[in-house]
Design a protein around this ligand. Structure first.
Ligand SMILES: [Zn+2]
Ligand SMILES: [Zn+2]
Length: 351
């Protein structure tokens, strides 16, 4: 049997730590080479915190102190000691800048485990994080301007676009979202987030992007101009019941789902799925001029339908199509003329 050099208690050899029984070791030895310092800066607005020069996402005060204690303890232990675990047993905040904590540490010394309860004082300073500071003075480095090809867009569309474009992005990473009569501006200070939003707008809404850089000041320490990168994302606008020309045909928009349109082809009376991106190839557009005239069916013979405009007396001969198949004399029919393209459409029943 071996004996503790301090209290003389008989102790098995494998439990002795540097000659002490575990109780005396904890009582008469310090596992730390130097006192631990816990100093942290916390953003009073968002609770993100700065430790060793780096800002980290928001945590509660005990969580922050525990994180820092683990790091500080690990690098301050005496030779041969290793931190196994550490948790806060208790904490109290005396005033905003001082927090007292009691921590329970599990430390292995020369491969033998000891449990130590210690009190520490954490000093907290408060300082706005760079993001909150930027937000408070309205400073941003990237601006995404969402605009539309027509003034005829709904606020519902705007909300849908913003929701989709910012989905999955931590709101703390967005400095500001400004709704404007002409669209929405999203202010950011992060190029990756800006590019991600642009990518979503392009893929989901067939937006066309132009970008520009506006220098605001020269930073002599980095030798670079600082300023704002502006992306303008223009989204084509089509609404249900719009009359459109697409791929040289005349149709009526029946459904809009982001960048997919369901269009009723007025020649064939069939629905076609049309990609909104065709707008940028000039293959999908609103006619510059739409005229509607009412005609009355006068005669139906084999392969011809004779119609007459009752107000002008103008007569036209149509070839029957899927739409005009069941016409009989006296039926009313509408001629839609959009730019150079014409379509005859039977009048809605009762309409
Ligand atoms: Zn002892
Ligand atoms: Zn902050």
């Amino acid at each position: 049997m071996w004996y503790c050099i301090k209290c003389g208690k008989p102790t098995p050899k494998e439990k002795l730590i540097r000659g002490y029984c575990p109780d005396c070791f904890v009582k008469y030895n310090d596992v730390f080479k130097k006192p631990l310092e816990v100093k942290v800066t916390i953003c009073p607005i968002c609770n993100s915190w700065q430790y060793r020069g780096e800002w980290s996402p928001p945590l509660s005060i005990p969580e922050i102190i525990e994180y820092i204690l683990v790091h500080e303890a690990s690098k301050s232990l005496i030779e041969g000691a290793e931190l196994k675990s550490l948790y806060l047993d208790d904490w109290s905040q005396l005033d905003p800048s001082i927090v007292n904590v009691r921590a329970v540490l599990e430390v292995s010394v020369d491969g033998k485990s000891v449990s130590i309860t210690r009190e520490f004082t954490a000093k907290i300073t408060y300082h706005k994080c760079p993001r909150c500071l930027a937000r408070s003075i309205g400073k941003y480095s990237h601006l995404v301007q969402i605009r539309f090809t027509s003034r005829d867009f709904t606020r519902e569309l705007v909300r849908d676009v913003v929701k989709t474009a910012t989905s999955g992005i931590n709101p703390d990473l967005i400095i500001n979202i400004n709704e404007l009569p002409e669209g929405v501006d999203i202010e950011l200070d992060n190029p990756t987030i800006a590019r991600r939003i642009i990518e979503v707008l392009t893929r989901k809404y067939s937006a066309r992007i132009t970008s520009s850089f506006k220098p605001t000041r020269y930073d002599s320490s980095s030798g670079k101009w600082l300023g704002v990168v502006t992306y303008v994302a223009r989204i084509p606008v089509f609404k249900e019941e719009d009359i459109v020309l697409y791929k040289g045909k005349l149709g009526v928009v029946k459904l809009v789902d982001k960048n997919k349109l369901l269009i009723m082809n007025l020649e064939t009376n069939t629905l076609e799925e049309v990609d909104l991106g065709l707008y940028w190839k000039n293959q999908l557009k609103h006619p510059t001029r739409i005229e509607k005239e009412e005609y009355i069916v006068r005669e139906v013979v084999d392969n011809k339908i004779l119609v007459e405009n009752p107000s002008t007396g103008e007569k036209r001969v149509l070839k029957p199509s899927r739409l005009t198949n069941n016409l009989k004399p006296g039926d009313r029919i509408i001629l839609i003329r959009a730019d150079d393209i014409e379509s005859f459409v039977p009048m809605e029943k009762g309409g």
